[in-house]
Design a protein. Structure first.
Length: 133
């Protein structure tokens, strides 16, 4: 199934937006887990921030609180934290948002620590080269 999506990834997000739109329409009439799961997979495999955020907005617009945290988990790397925070505040999904917020904070701290370590190593190396010259 991943190979099926991969060959269309070259075309941009138009393919995935079409799939999401068709899936949303289908899921309105059949509120099934398998239908929603296919939407999640499509959004995650698309690699598109717009597709993932559009789907997140759709779930909060129709009032489906159960799928909000699930999509936060599946599309963690695609969703922008400011958009998620705004949607959670507008629609009262703060309890669902907090685990995502905690994980985003942890990830950001790890990335900053890694960058600081790299900068320190580079500056130490450049000081040693300057001392040798």
């Amino acid at each position: 199934m991943i190979g099926y999506f991969h060959k269309y990834q070259i075309d941009g997000t138009g393919f995935f937006q079409t799939k999401i739109l068709a899936g949303k329409n289908r899921c309105l009439f059949r509120n099934t887990t398998s239908c929603t799961r296919l939407l999640f997979i499509t959004a995650a495999v698309s690699g598109s921030i717009d597709v993932a955020e559009n789907l997140l907005s759709h779930f909060v617009d129709i009032g489906n609180k159960e799928w909000f945290p699930a999509l936060l988990y599946v599309c963690f790397d695609l969703l922008r934290p400011d958009v998620v925070e705004e949607l959670s505040m507008q629609y009262g999904h703060n309890n669902f948002y907090m685990p995502y917020h905690i994980q985003i904070s942890r990830t950001t701290r790890k990335q900053l620590a890694s960058l600081e370590k790299g900068v320190k190593e580079r500056s130490k190396g450049s000081r040693q080269r300057a001392a040798r010259s």
